[in-house]
Design a protein around this ligand. Structure first.
Ligand code: ADP
Ligand code: MG
Length: 384
């Protein structure tokens, strides 16, 4: 709903009869470049965005959790912290309760809590509303329990919650961006070592912004396409004798071509070249600056469209139209088969680019896209 912290505090008091002890916030994220590289032990370059999830929280003297979200206002979920186990919670409450469960399993006691959640991160648009929710609850519970977990430990708590309580086989990218992001920076993350470092991404300072173009085509990680790509990558690594595709470089591709069937080779080529593009993007950002990113975004999209085959007509239309209308570069982002594309645009051109994409969707008979700008924002923390 996009409530301000003071408005959420009022709503909390109405709902639970007493003021919250504090309000915490965690952002969604956009992945600038590095798609499907995470589960190949590779590199990604996401950034925290200026859309976030807020949680108002108050500790209780018992072991009960009451959690409510403006996303489903009539649904107050009650849980006993001592009875939480994977499979015991269904629906959206598995994310916040999963975080508390994961903290306790890691040996950190959480008090009972009253929680009220509100978010300005659109759900299912590829901006990771799920990690925003997990990380907001994680920083709140961390502060209220005095567990003093580090940011990287909280990344793992969020991942465990999502993997085991929600049952989604996701990596650490989303939580890392939400917890480690800084305003004007992207998070360069090595998914093997879990090491990360901030890279300057001051879009505003150079008159740029990033448009998110949500195609409204629903994507789901449970659909066969995602699992099939993971299998192709595992097969490629096995046939080429490496622990993960991360261990190959662009120079190895010529030899790989002779050892793999044509389709598996193209899957491998996407991952290997995409990993190189993430590293090139980091170099570009540390040197020439964000204006020079455009070409890398365009080649990333072509690789996902032609080699990895995870794009769709709506994503291609968004990307092609944005570039024709003046974007410096564009690519689909997220798992693919729908979801969102991003376009790097000069601030003065963003309305024209958005209009052109909206018109192209209408002409093609597609559902109207949802288009909005995002900027690199700071990571999770207490806001009131
Ligand atoms: P996304 O790409 O947005 O992360 P996911 O399917 O991974 O998509 O996560 C979306 C799910 O997260 C929602 O279906 C819901 O269960 C939960 N969720 C996200 N935001 C909220 C919120 N504000 N309140 C309650 N649940 C939420
Ligand atoms: Mg998610």
């Amino acid at each position: 709903m996009n409530l301000r912290p003071s408005e959420l505090a009022v709503a909390f008091t109405e709902r639970f009869g007493d003021k919250p002890a504090g309000i915490w916030s965690a952002p969604g994220r956009v992945n600038l470049i590095g798609e499907h590289t995470d589960y190949n032990d590779g590199f990604v370059l996401p950034f925290a965005i200026n859309h976030s999830t807020l949680v108002a929280a108050r500790p209780r003297s018992d072991r009960t959790v009451r959690v409510c979200s403006t996303f489903a206002p009539d649904d107050v979920v009650l849980a006993d912290l001592d009875a939480l186990v994977p499979g015991s919670v269904e629906g959206w409450a598995a994310y916040p309760l999963g975080v508390l469960w994961a903290m306790e399993r890691a040996g950190y006691f959480s008090p009972g809590l009253d929680l009220l959640i509100d978010s300005s991160v659109p759900v299912g648009a590829g901006l990771s509303s799920s990690a925003a929710l997990e990380c907001a609850v994680a920083v709140a519970a961390n502060d209220l329990s005095a567990a003093s977990l580090s940011r990287t430990e909280l990344v793992t708590i969020g991942q465990v919650a999502e993997n085991e309580m929600v049952g989604a086989p996701t990596g650490i990218m989303d939580q890392s961006a939400s917890l480690l992001g800084e305003e004007g920076h992207a998070v360069f993350l090595d998914c093997r070592s879990r090491e990360s470092r901030l890279v300057p991404l001051d879009l505003k300072g150079v008159g740029l912004e990033l448009l998110v173009m949500d195609t409204r085509v629903s994507h789901s990680h449970s659909t066969g396409g995602y699992a099939a790509r993971r299998r192709s990558c595992e097969l490629g690594a096995e046939l080429l004798g490496v622990p993960a595709l991360r261990d190959l470089s662009v120079r190895d591709l010529a030899e790989a071509a002779g050892l793999l069937d044509e389709e598996t080779f193209r899957r491998v080529r996407h991952i290997v070249t995409e990993n190189a593009r993430v590293q090139d993007a980091v170099d570009v950002l540390s040197g020439k600056g964000p204006v020079a990113l455009g070409q890398l975004l365009n080649t990333s999209h072509a690789s996902m469209r032609d080699d990895f085959e995870i794009s769709c007509a709506e994503l291609d239309t968004a990307v092609d139209t944005a570039v024709s209308a003046g974007a410096l570069g564009a690519r689909m982002t997220g798992g693919g088969f729908g979801g969102a594309a991003i376009a790097l645009v000069r601030s003065g051109d963003s309305a024209a680019v958005a209009d052109a994409v909206t018109r192209a969707f209408a002409d093609a008979g597609f559902t109207a896209p949802m288009i909005f700008p995002v900027l690199p924002a700071s990571g999770a923390g207490r806001v009131a």
